[in-house]
Design a protein around this ligand. Structure first.
Ligand code: GLN
Length: 507
């Protein structure tokens, strides 16, 4: 494997700023890697060599002219197709938006460009970010770089595999119920869901607006933190974005690199998140990670969160309700696809034919569920009750954080499953999100990092850390410390153990 693509984003950035590598070389190396492995993995929906190389050359020219550039200037960035960009299409994984080009950049993308990051391509995802395996993409699934017969998780399987398979050092994702954290766990990479409002959602194709959050993906905790710092902050285009002076996540990650920083940390383990349904190899790795924390002087406290049991049910009422409203704009008039029935048709029949052809089964299922839950006769019974449960879950978290600094859980109850294994049974996908959904319902931040592989299948296991709103930095500090402990235990950083390095996924 080419040396450039094996560098972490932090290492690559240092070499770029020292003039040892140009951004054109770094971009070329990653485009070559995409050409080499993406036929099999399908992490990308769109790339544009010319556009990426031109952006890289522009950064090199600015550096040569002595301009002072951001820390990550010249580093390639993969972008989930849920974010609109002016230089490449944005489909959100749906046929209804095939070929759609935005006249503006999403704010997270604009911030990344302003920091000198180079867009290397748009990544695959479940249609409109509805799914846990990337199999709901209208453009075909992404495959897990650890084992191409397995799913990479979802909905952001493309971004997770892009970083995991060394096609990009950094990627952007979106997390509505776990779509950054769960794919990170299933692919052995790192991903963070910021505090709700921590990153602007402007230009993110909306799924469920009260849950959606844009966030960073990478192979290391520090790289994830560096990208988080670039995209965070208030945006006048998103009234829910927080006007808050965020501390540097990268500084927190660097501070955490000494595991002694874990001494005295109170770590909550929620009974309801580890009870039943957790694969034995996942549970074993989780217990081992807790033991490593305790050995450093952290204290583990058992937490009771009685309403977490209802989180998945509440989520699958709130999400479809908001989605049915957000997706009403794909009406054959304003965006993308238009299908005219044979012999012409009325406005209604064109709309109906377009949505019939342009939307996949999972999207239709959720639109039907959402419109039903919001209908006059059922609103109180379904949507109203779900909102009450949401409040109770927020209170469970508040009570927990009175006792502990962070909450830890397995990121997902299982490792990656075989493609097609859940087909025809969406409940199996929904239940895989039981551990990640509570953070979205409460608006709090979460981070997933790899802690080893499960003994029964040799596939990656993720640890999820959660903190109170605004305390994202706490996750990076603790996450970096745990990452170091795992690397010391294994004798190598987790990403260096990935089969993409040793050859399985297409060397
Ligand atoms: N898997 C979850 C769902 O299908 C999460 C989606 C997401 O975070 N975008 O809704």
């Amino acid at each position: 494997m080419n040396d450039i693509i094996a560098l972490t984003a932090a290492e690559l950035a240092a070499k770029l700023s020292a003039g040892e590598i140009s951004s054109v070389e770094a971009t070329r190396a990653h485009l070559d890697r995409i050409a080499q492995v993406d036929g099999e993995l399908h992490a990308f929906l769109a790339t544009d060599e010319q556009a990426s190389l031109a952006a890289a050359a522009a950064i090199d020219a600015r550096r040569a002219a002595g301009e002072s550039l951001g820390e990550l200037a010249g580093v390639p960035l993969a972008i989930k197709d849920v974010l609109v960009t002016t230089d490449m299409p944005a489909t959100s994984g749906s046929k209804i938006l095939e070929g759609y080009r935005s006249p503006f950049d999403a704010t997270a993308v604009a911030k990344a460009r302003a920091a000198g990051l180079v867009n290397i391509g748009k990544t695959n995802m479940d249609e409109f970010a509805m799914g846990s395996s990337t199999e709901n993409s209208a453009y075909g699934p992404t495959r897990n770089q650890w084992d191409a017969s397995r799913v990479p998780g979802g909905s952001g399987g493309g971004s997770a595999v892009a970083v995991g398979a060394f096609e990009a050092p950094l990627a952007l994702g979106s997390d509505t119920g776990g779509s950054i954290r769960q794919p990170a766990a299933l692919t052995g990479t790192v991903g963070a869901k910021p505090t709700y409002g921590g990153v602007s959602r402007y230009g993110a194709i909306a799924l469920a607006s009260s849950l959606d959050q844009i966030g960073p993906c990478a192979r290391t905790v520090l790289d994830t933190a560096l990208l988080h710092d670039v995209i965070a902050g208030h945006d006048r285009h998103d009234s829910t974005s927080l006007d808050f002076a965020w501390p540097s996540m990268a500084a927190a990650a660097r501070g955490g690199a000494d595991p002694a920083s874990l001494a005295g940390l109170k770590v909550g383990v929620v009974k309801q998140l580890t009870q039943g349904g957790v694969q034995p190899g996942v549970q074993a790795r989780f217990d081992e990670a807790l033991a490593l924390l305790v050995a450093q002087g952290a204290e583990v406290v058992e937490i009771d969160a009685p309403h977490f049991e209802y989180a998945v049910a509440a989520y699958y009422l709130i999400l479809p309700s908001e989605a049915s409203s957000n997706l009403a704009k794909y009406d054959s008039v304003r965006f993308g696809l238009r299908v005219t029935p044979e012999g012409g048709g009325t406005v209604e029949s064109v709309m109906s034919a377009t949505r019939e052809e342009g939307l996949g089964a999972e999207v239709k299922r959720r639109i039907i569920l959402g419109t039903y839950a919001l209908s006059a006769g059922y609103y109180d019974a379904y949507y109203g009750s779900a909102q009450k449960v949401r409040t109770l879950i927020q209170r469970d978290f508040a009570a927990a954080f009175d006792q502990v600094d962070v909450i830890a859980s397995p990121t997902a109850p299982t490792t990656a499953w075989t493609l097609g294994a859940h087909s025809g049974d969406p409940m199996q996908d929904y239940l895989n999100d039981a551990t990640t959904i509570p953070a979205n319902l409460a608006g709090i931040p979460g981070l997933s990092l790899p802690i080893g592989t499960a003994s029964e299948d040799g596939l990656p296991v993720g640890l999820q850390l959660m903190a109170p709103a605004f305390e994202d930095a706490r996750l990076y500090r603790a996450g970096a410390a745990i990452e170091r402990l795992i690397a010391d235990r294994d004798g190598a950083p987790f990403w260096a153990q990935a089969p993409a390095l040793t050859g399985k996924a297409g060397e």
